[in-house]
Design a protein around this ligand. Structure first.
Ligand code: FES
Length: 84
């Protein structure tokens, strides 16, 4: 499913169904480090401010899932506001 990421500066970044949040953010000019691109290393971890994430990573603790996001594999419903 497509969803939308919003950045601190108010920019909206659409994430199409066939791409990752990481790729969409990079396409919008956000510089993000990444390594495994498979949800296991944690390199691409971002802060998350608001929204309904669909976490698909294998690195975040349950507690971290309230405030962190792994954009190489995770998605969201609707609009997700990231600390970027
Ligand atoms: Fe490894 Fe995203 S790049 S978890």
């Amino acid at each position: 499913e497509p969803f939308t990421i919003t950045l601190r500066d108010g920019t909206s970044v659409p994430v199409a169904a066939d791409t990752t949040a990481l790729a969409a953010l990079r396409g919008a000019g956000v510089l993000l480090m990444a390594s495994c691109e498979n949800g296991v290393c944690g390199t691409c971890e971002c802060g998350m401010l608001e929204g309904q994430p669909i976490h698909r990573d294998a690195v975040l603790t349950r507690q971290a899932r309230d405030s962190r996001f792994i954009p190489c594999v995770s998605r969201a419903k609707g609009v997700l506001r990231l600390d970027l």
